[in-house]
Design a protein around this ligand. Structure first.
Ligand code: CA
Length: 267
């Protein structure tokens, strides 16, 4: 089961914090509350939330200064921040966004608006948390059930092919270099040759079949792109050049070759 998205609420007024927390809890989020920057920092050191709701006017370090600091910190820089504040003029709004906030809500706000904005930043920053299904053309991928289908026909993919397709679909129509795909799909801490990407793209095209497979284009000298606008189906064997490189088995292929059952979670 997926974990509920965690929201760190940094707010010194207990009544407002409580109101926000109750609404978040009733709408499928896991709120935690910090009264000031120091306790918020302790929370962040322990567990990274999916979103931070950050009041501007706090005792001690201001929300603005905290936003700047968290944006500069490698551990927290990718966590979306929504600033909460009574200040509504344009200069302040710009200052908040310049400090690295993703969005800005002026008090008093409706809880409906707050929830909508939390969902919106989650969709932008972590699409897999905000809703399972991504669609490109006739291709559909549901990350909560691990199902992939083309024209309503279920397809079976290996776990790496699934992750690769998920990334390409979330970033469709853009060209991705092999090193970027390695970084995004395999993780930058793993030492794998770029040729591995070609192997998995080839396997992904085979699993997708001729028509859906043709949606993954090889862009010469640049990398790969998933597009809804295919010219015509191209057999994958023609598209992929196979450089004669000898790779030790230990790094050639981190994924076993067994067919993957689409409706089971990967390891
Ligand atoms: Ca305050």
């Amino acid at each position: 089961m997926r974990q509920l998205p965690g929201v760190l609420v940094v707010e010194d007024e207990p009544a407002i914090a409580e109101l926000i927390a109750v609404n978040l809890r009733h709408n499928g989020f896991r709120p935690t509350w910090a009264m000031d920057g120091a306790s918020a920092q302790r929370e962040l050191d322990a567990v990274l939330p999916d979103v931070i709701l950050l009041d501007w006017m706090l005792p001690g370090e201001s929300g603005l200064s905290l936003a700047k600091r968290w944006r500069a910190d490698a551990r927290t820089k990718a966590v979306p921040i929504i600033m909460l504040t009574a200040r509504g003029d344009e200069t302040d709004r710009v200052a908040g966004l310049d400090a690295g906030a993703d969005d800005y809500i002026v008090k008093p706000f409706s809880t409906k608006e707050l929830l909508a904005r939390v969902r919106a930043v989650l969709r932008r920053r972590a699409p897999e948390q905000a809703g399972g299904v991504v669609k490109v053309g006739a291709l559909s991928l549901d990350s909560s059930t691990y199902r992939v289908s083309y024209n309503e026909q279920l397809l079976k993919l290996g776990p790496t092919e699934f992750k690769l397709l998920h990334y390409l679909m979330q970033n469709a129509e853009r060209v991705h270099s092999r090193s970027r795909l390695l970084d995004k799909v395999w993780g930058d801490h793993v030492f794998i040759e770029e040729r591995t990407v070609d192997v998995h793209v080839k396997r992904l095209r085979e699993a997708l079949g001729v028509n859906a497979g043709a949606m993954i284009e090889t862009v010469r000298g640049a990398g790969y792109r998933l597009t809804a606008h295919t010219a015509q189906p191209v057999p994958s064997a023609v598209v992929i050049p196979a450089p004669a490189v000898v790779i030790p088995d230990s790094i050639r292929d981190p994924v076993p070759r067994q067919p993957w059952i689409a409706d089971r979670s990967p390891q």
